[in-house]
Write a protein that binds this ligand. Structure first.
Ligand code: FAD
Length: 515
């Protein structure tokens, strides 16, 4: 019988992968399983803001805002290729929050999180500032520009998983936990391969339930346990729409709505604007969530209240929806429910522990992982605590020594055949590791076939070998966002290629047969 893992983690979202990375880097034996693709749940459906959450100040969530603001700059340092500074423009709107209140909120926001790298808030005269140009003329005179960051949520998950694996963790995707039983000193965990239906089992000394919106279902139906009364999870759906670009600059907007909510509009993948989000209580299977007609209408209305160019559902080129697994603090309104996290430890009479993760944001995943390992410390080898805090200092894969201009120059020199937009896309997604995809290539032909847009065989093979990609959707919607520009037939050809390339012992088909 194999030696049990120190920790088994159920769930390959940001929280599961963040815990896996931290634990593996401390020398622990880690097993993580994800029933779908990494980030296949909520962690690829966020707004992508790495932010303190200005509006949480209205709910006096100072702990969360302070921690998230600090993390903003930590993530900027450890993942500079996929987390970037963002300026947000907040227009004052007559009849809603007064100018003094916005100033006060932004003053606090600027000062409680130890901001060092990002610029401070500035007041804007929207009648003359370029940020006012796309807005309805004569309607918004005063605004504020403040700092946050934006990141690629799904890539952040994948890079945490990659780094965990580089530190020895086993990362098993398309592998579902169907049952886990607690014996006194270990968990026996039954796994099911989602492709073949084959069952297998592993053992671990501690179990982490990081299944996001599935956390309660996992407890009830897979682990034979429940949450303590009164400490439930609240599932809140949020949707986004993507429309053709509504403005040309690279700042984003934060719009206040008459219902008290706020809606973001962000530059997206060059040619588009991303608008979100909504908040509505959700019941059902989180895997099946889709943006409703009402949500799409709501987001179009929000954009049309501010931008000179109206937006209607007919403009929507893509929409996506996710389910926030919020810790239920019994707030009346779904938008008011706390975004902070709670860790619930279950270890009756010194038995092997189960830790459940309730809530949390992409932004705070790294601190959440540290807190999770602190809670599990009594059950883990004490040597693992000596490296606590290491994830704040070590770059994620591709982020070490990343400097955009220098990398661009190097890629342009070493691979002169690459189009500048292709070069920039690779550097922006993979950082220094872009060179692993391109290694040895002298011409475009050396990168193999082109599946569509600038996606080459070399990149796809890298994603399969290094980033756990198995299907076209993994590549087109989570490792990249090329799904926006791929046709159905291009996506189908990519799927066929990947299926053949990953089939056991089967050689990939001759390129002529693809497409
Ligand atoms: P998930 O990402 O859902 O991961 C859980 C995983 O567990 C899933 O992949 C699932 O497939 C897997 N799983 C479930 N059951 C099993 C099983 N039995 N066996 C194996 N695997 C299983 N946060 C920010 O910081 N900034 C933002 O801008 C932001 N915007 C958001 C906007 C929206 C609309 C939403 C919905 C959320 C937003 N968030 C944001 C919050 C953030 O996205 C979530 O808090 C975070 O992604 C939750 O991650 P998770 O790992 O807990 O859950």
């Amino acid at each position: 019988m194999a030696e049990p893992f120190d920790i088994a983690i159920i769930g390959g979202g940001i929280n599961g992968c963040g815990i896996a990375r931290d634990a593996a880097g401390r020398g622990l034996g880690v097993y993580l399983c994800e029933m779908d693709d990494l980030a296949g749940g909520t962690s690829s459906r966020s707004t992508g803001l790495i932010h303190g959450g200005l509006r949480y100040l209205e709910y006096y969530d100072f702990r969360l805002v302070r921690e998230a603001l600090r993390e903003r700059e930590v993530l900027l340092r450890i993942a500079p290729h996929i987390v970037r500074p963002l300026r947000l423009v907040l227009p004052h709107r007559r009849g809603l929050r007064p100018v003094w209140l916005l100033w006060l909120g932004l003053f606090i926001y600027d000062h409680i999180g130890g901001r060092k790298l990002l610029p401070a808030t500035r007041m804007l005269d929207l009648a003359h500032d370029p940020a006012g140009a796309p807005l309805k003329p004569g309607t918004f005179r005063i605004g504020f520009a403040f700092s946050d960051c934006r990141g690629d949520d799904a890539r952040l998950v994948v890079l945490n998983a990659r780094d965990a694996a580089d530190h020895g963790a086993v990362i098993a995707t398309r592998t579902k936990v169907v049952m886990a039983r607690r014996r006194h000193d270990q968990w026996d965990i039954t796994l099911e391969d989602q492709a073949t239906g084959r069952r297998d089992s592993i053992a671990a000394r501690a179990l982490v339930n990081a299944t996001g919106p599935w956390v309660e279902e996992t407890l009830a139906s897979r682990l034979g346990a429940g949450l303590e009364a009164g400490r439930q999870i609240r599932l809140v759906q949020g949707s986004h729409i993507v429309v053709p670009r509504l403005f040309d600059h690279d700042s984003a907007y934060l719009f206040q709505r008459p219902d008290g909510r706020v809606v973001f509009a962000l530059p997206y993948e060059g040619a588009y604007t991303l608008i979100g989000t909504t908040d509505r209580d959700f019941a059902g299977d989180p895997a099946q969530v889709v943006a409703t007609t009402d949500e799409i209408q709501y987001l179009c209305e929000a954009a049309s209240e501010y931008f000179a160019r109206p937006t209607s559902p007919g403009d929507v080129v893509w929409s996506y929806s996710g389910v926030r697994p919020l810790h239920d603090d019994h707030a009346g309104d779904a938008a008011a429910a706390t975004r902070d996290y709670v860790l619930e430890l279950d270890a009756p009479a010194g038995c092997t522990p189960l830790l459940s993760i309730l809530g949390g944001k992409i932004t705070t995943y790294r601190r959440l992982a540290e807190a999770a390992l602190e809670r599990l410390a009594p059950f883990l080898p004490s040597s693992s605590m000596h490296r606590a805090g290491w994830t704040a200092r070590a770059a994620l894969p591709g982020g070490a020594a990343y400097e955009p201009a220098a990398l661009d120059e190097k890629l342009a020199r070493d691979y002169p055949f690459l189009e500048p937009s292709h070069r920039r896309r690779l550097a922006g997604a993979y950082g220094e590791r872009a060179q692993r995809i391109l290694a040895g290539a002298r011409t475009t032909t050396d990168l193999g076939m082109v599946f569509g847009a600038t996606l080459t065989e070399a990149e796809v093979r890298y994603l399969m070998a290094e980033e756990f990609a198995r299907t076209a959707a993994d590549v087109l919607w989570r490792r990249t966002k090329l799904g926006l520009v791929f046709s159905r037939s291009e996506a189908a050809a990519l799927d066929r290629f990947m299926a053949a390339a990953s089939a056991p012992r089967a050689a990939p088909p001759p390129l002529a047969e693809i497409g």
